[in-house]
Design a protein around this ligand. Structure first.
Ligand code: ATP
Ligand code: MG
Length: 308
């Protein structure tokens, strides 16, 4: 339902997106995972038709180039920077957008009702957006992207600043949309969100697509070994060879076979208070691909959002 072929975009000297290609199938949530400044919003800006690529093509099958106003009907963008009319009520925001897409009468009322229900905002529909919490605004921002029932959804960090309950609510709704056959691109810098929601994940950094595959395949290919850490109860038997470094009663090591290692150590008489095994995940994949942690700079608020 979407083909992105070798797109580039620079802002002056900043090469925000450098040769990204990807495709999306209906009923798929594709994760776009990368740290601040990776180029996620710029890429979504191009896919949504708000930004023109410097090079490369984007095509929505059946609808053509996303910059064609007709094609815009087939996609909905929930931008990173909220795009809501603060002085209007939730219902008025949705009605207004619905009218722009040509809905009226019963059909418009039906779409507005559906979107309010999806956002869990029926009870607050007559309240102005200024009175909403950050999480409620995020939910309305998502609802606004859905008003015209587009087959393709572009969600740019849809859970920024929301509490765990709202996050869970948003996840349920996004999964429901996927189950109804929507194609979703989900931009995030939270690897937990990408692993939980997405079948395939595109890892981006400094504008480049470093890898795109199923989560499990990425972890198998780039995730490396498990790390194990045990807190000992007493001195290890002198005859036992330890797999890792031993310091202050703690032994830690990396291995492909954490359970086999532990069985061998227990058999050799080693006793421990505590054991922690951490398997490879998207964080270790990112570390392997870039040499940096995904979390290095994720705590700074985004300074801007492309087209938002
Ligand atoms: N309108 C703009 N003018 C100039 N530079 C920009 C503009 N928008 C983005 N950039 C730059 O392009 C690069 C990619 O930014 P982009 O917003 O696409 O990244 P992102 O992955 O969405 O980051 P974040 O996680 O912070 O939202 C960054 O270096 C950013 O500073
Ligand atoms: Mg962004």
């Amino acid at each position: 339902m979407l083909t992105v072929d070798d797109v580039y975009k620079s802002y002056g000297d900043v090469e925000a997106v450098r040769g990204v290609s990807l495709s999306l199938a209906p009923g798929e949530i594709l994760g776009l995972l990368g740290p601040n400044g990776a180029g996620k919003s710029t890429l979504l800006g191009m896919i949504s038709g708000l930004l023109a690529p410097d090079r490369g093509t984007i095509e929505l099958p059946g609808a053509g180039d996303p910059r064609d106003p007709q094609a815009r009907r087939s996609l909905g963008l929930a931008p990173q920077s909220l795009s809501l009319y603060e002085e209007l009520t939730a219902e008025e925001n949705l009605r207004f957008l619905g009218t722009l897409y040509g809905f009226s009468g019963r059909q418009l009322a039906g779409r507005v009702e559906y979107c309010l229900e999806l956002a869990g905002l029926e009870a607050r529909k007559r309240d102005r957006v200024t009175t909403f919490s950050g999480g409620m605004k995020r939910r309305l921002n998502l609802a606004c992207a859905l008003i015209h029932d587009p087959p393709l959804l572009l969600l740019d960090e849809p859970t920024v600043g929301v509490d765990p309950q709202t996050r869970a609510h948003l996840f349920d709704q996004i999964e429901r949309l996927r189950d109804n056959g929507k194609g979703v691109i989900y931009a995030t810098h939270y690897m937990e969100e990408a692993s939980r929601l997405c079948r395939r994940v595109a890892i981006v950094d400094h504008g480049r697509l470093l890898a795109l595959d199923r989560v499990q395949d990425l972890i198998e290919r780039y995730g490396g070994q498990s790390s194990v850490r045990i807190v000992l109860k007493q001195q290890p038997p002198p005859s036992l060879s330890l797999p890792g470094t031993w310091q202050d009663g703690i032994v830690s090591w990396e291995t492909d076979t954490p359970l086999d290692d532990l069985v061998r150590l227990a058999g050799g008489g080693l006793e421990w208070e505590e054991v922690a095994i951490r398997g490879p995940d998207l964080e270790t994949v990112f570390l392997k691909l870039t040499g940096r942690s995904l979390r290095d700079d994720t705590e700074q608020p985004a300074a801007h959002g492309a087209g938002g």
